[in-house]
Design a binder for this molecule. Structure first.
Ligand code: K7E
Ligand code: CUA
Length: 655
């Protein structure tokens, strides 16, 4: 009981510090760093010049991924991933609706946290960005030639898909660990029977080397803890994956107290190569389940959703030597591996010190079978045997750590609202800078690869309060850019973000920009409803269903006069953009259509549905200001009563 009270007291103290720190000392903090120096020059990217880095910043509860330039902090694009997006008709047009299909039906919203860029030999290769969705467990792959979501795979037997989507150093796997343990398979049972009965699944999704296509390879069925974050081993520890856990108490209520009882939780070390071998040799158990796999094609310009009905599960006890627990104080959040693969940093949220484990020591302890008991049959290594060192009292509420590739680590502290730079090997703190305010993740471009680009650090903040003009009760979240090229970090820039920026991934622009597609070739358009020549523009009726094969080019639609549509029809506009120039999309909107307008790229076909309710003559128009005669880019549809016998008729330029 005393312990409970102590923890409560300390939690109350922490809460008080959270609430007073951001506003408390604002006069003193204001402008710190940025104004005193030539910071403006360092972030200034002259008109027409390009930024040095791309930053892909998660939108959190917006479900999307936004693309910024560094050092300018300019926003280039919001890539719709897990949420419908009116700007791009994503999730509204017929082609992309299947992307948001799940085993729970159409889910047009998501909570996106951790982008990670594909790697080859431990270095960023800039082909894809992966990102997780927490609430309806899913992983998406964004193609960096189109900057569009190419694929979404649902993760069955998972809940709160948080310890994801991190990738191994040759993009062999993208990992999806469950935050919440649940009954597997799901069933009706008392919540109080959680302990010992719920399971936590860690899912390894293979990525095809040439296409990026994802497939669930296996799910490791772990004890019923919360699996919070993860990172792959790299270089010497390639082949392993590390996951922080909390709630090793397996509490099912008032977790803020009940999941803070154990002095140490664990980092789970998983030898995925060993399990892969076991699975390749026929190991594991196929169990029935249901999940969606949605793939978008740049040839047909459409997505298809497939339901898969089984998954391969692996019991860790069936693969001896594959899973171990490293004791880690106290409810760790971030789980970060340094560029050499030697150090595994566990950031105990309620711990005074940062714990760093040694991969080499871990292997030796395993070799010598020096265990300190077991949990559900999984060996627990001795804390002292795997400990590389501790960073003493670096700050309050450590969350995440990044690396600059020069032997320094940068840990974010939510409660004391700062970024702390410390040295790997000596564990000494060498610098600290305040963050405004309450930083979550930090990001160094390539910071989770063997080769970080240690020039900038971006802090991704939860609270902004007085930093920007007020906008009512809801104020912007933000990021801050620090120059870390010198001994001391220097704050250069604040910039607002869209949604809540959890994690981000950065990459030198020159790796990605050269591969960026400028248009889709019309001659390669395999959309089943594409209209490749003007001669093919037409309308077909099939009962109440009407299909309009329409083209668009500066500055008209073909056809632009349509008659013979009737009330009660379901009208599909399949519209093909005939432009073959860079940056000439056209849009189309139809009065009364309750899908969003389309924005169609050169060479692409998209479809929306319109169900006219009233007789009349109804206009449609281009929604993207595409030429001097954009306002002339319009047309009419005549709608007749359901009983009329007006024949289908379409034309362009006729009277
Ligand atoms: Cu720390 Cu979802 Cu990575 Cu946010 S999580 S901060
Ligand atoms: Cu086409 Cu405006």
């Amino acid at each position: 009981m005393k312990k409970t009270i102590n923890i409560l007291v300390s939690l109350v103290m922490l809460a008080a510090m959270v609430s007073c720190n951001p506003g408390g000392d604002k006069k003193a903090n204001k402008g710190q760093g940025g104004l005193a120096t030539n910071a403006a020059e360092k972030v200034y990217v002259a008109p027409g010049e390009h930024d040095e880095f791309y930053a892909f910043i998660s939108g959190g509860f917006s479900g999307q991924l936004s693309v910024y330039g560094l050092p300018s902090g300019r926003l280039f694009k919001v890539i719709p991933v897990f949420s419908q997006d009116a700007e791009k008709a994503y999730g509204y047009n017929e082609e992309t609706k299947p992307m948001l299909e799940t085993s729970y039906g159409f889910v047009p919203w998501g909570d996106a946290h951790h982008p990670d860029i594909s790697q080859t030999n431990g270095e960023l290769d800039g082909r894809w960005v992966f990102i997780n969705e927490n609430n309806t467990p899913r992983i998406a792959r964004v193609d960096l030639t189109t900057f569009e979501t190419a694929e979404i795979i649902e993760v069955p037997n998972s809940a709160g898909n948080h310890s994801s989507s991190f990738i191994t150093e040759n993009t062999e796997y993208v990992v999806a660990g469950t935050r919440f343990s649940v009954p597997i398979p799901q069933r009706d049972m008392p919540i109080k029977d959680y302990k010992g009965n719920f399971k936590g699944s860690l899912t390894f999704i293979s990525v095809a080397p040439d296409t990026g296509r994802m497939a669930i390879k296996f799910q490791l069925m772990m004890p019923g803890f919360d699996y919070d974050l993860s990172h792959p081993g790299r270089d010497k520890s390639h082949g392993w994956f590390f996951f922080t856990t909390y709630n090793t108490e397996e509490a099912n209520t008032l977790l803020e107290v009940n999941a803070s009882q154990n002095d140490k939780d664990f980092i789970a070390a998983v030898n995925w190569k060993k399990i892969e071998e076991y699975v390749n040799n026929g190991g594991g158990t196929k169990v029935p389940t249901n999940y969606s796999h949605n793939v978008y094609s740049d040839e047909t310009h459409m997505a298809t959703s497939t339901t898969i009905d089984e998954v391969l599960t692996v019991d860790p006890l069936d693969v001896p030597g594959a899973v171990f627990f490293l004791p880690t104080p106290k409810s760790p959040h971030g789980c970060d591996v340094d560029p050499t693969g030697e150090y595994i940093v566990g950031n105990g949220k309620l711990s005074a010190d940062l714990t760093v484990h040694s991969f080499t020591k871990m292997l030796a302890a395993i070799e010598n079978k020096k265990f300190d008991g077991e949990a559900y049959g999984i060996p627990i290594l001795k804390f002292e045997d795997v400990l590389a060192g501790t960073v003493k009292q670096p700050g309050l509420g450590p969350l995440h750590t990044e690396f600059d590739g020069q032997g320094n680590a940068y840990t974010t502290f939510f409660i004391s609202s700062e970024v702390v730079k410390w040295k790997l090997d000596t564990w000494e703190v060498v610098d600290r800078q305040p963050a405004f305010y309450s930083v979550g993740h930090g990001m160094i471009p390539g910071g989770n690869s063997r080769k970080p680009f240690g020039k900038y650090f971006v802090s991704l903040n939860k609270i902004t309060k007085d930093r920007y003009l007020p906008t009512g009760p809801e104020v912007t979240q933000s990021a801050q850019l620090y120059d870390i090229s010198g001994d001391k970090m220097e704050l250069l820039l604040d910039f607002p973000t869209i949604g809540e920026p959890h994690y981000a991934a950065g990459i030198p622009a020159n790796i990605v920009a050269k591969n960026s597609k400028q248009l889709f070739k019309l001659s390669e358009n395999k959309h089943p409803y594409a209209t490749l020549t003007d001669a093919d523009a037409r309308i077909e009726r099939n009962g109440n269903e009407v299909h309009i094969y329409m083209t668009m080019i500066r500055s008209h639609f073909n056809p632009d006069n349509i008659e013979g549509i009737k009330v009660g029809d379901k009208v599909y506009f399949h519209v093909t953009n005939h432009e073959q120039d860079y940056d000439v999309p056209h849009g189309i909107s139809m009065i009364g259509a309750n899908t969003s307008e389309l924005l169609i790229m050169p060479g692409q076909t998209e479809t929306f549905v319109w169900e006219p309710k009233l007789p009349g003559v109804w206009p449609f128009y281009c929604t993207d200001f595409c030429s001097a005669l954009h306002q002339e880019m319009q047309g009419y549809v005549r709608v007749s009563p359901a009983s009329s016998d007006i024949k289908l008729k379409w034309s362009l330029g006729e009277d």
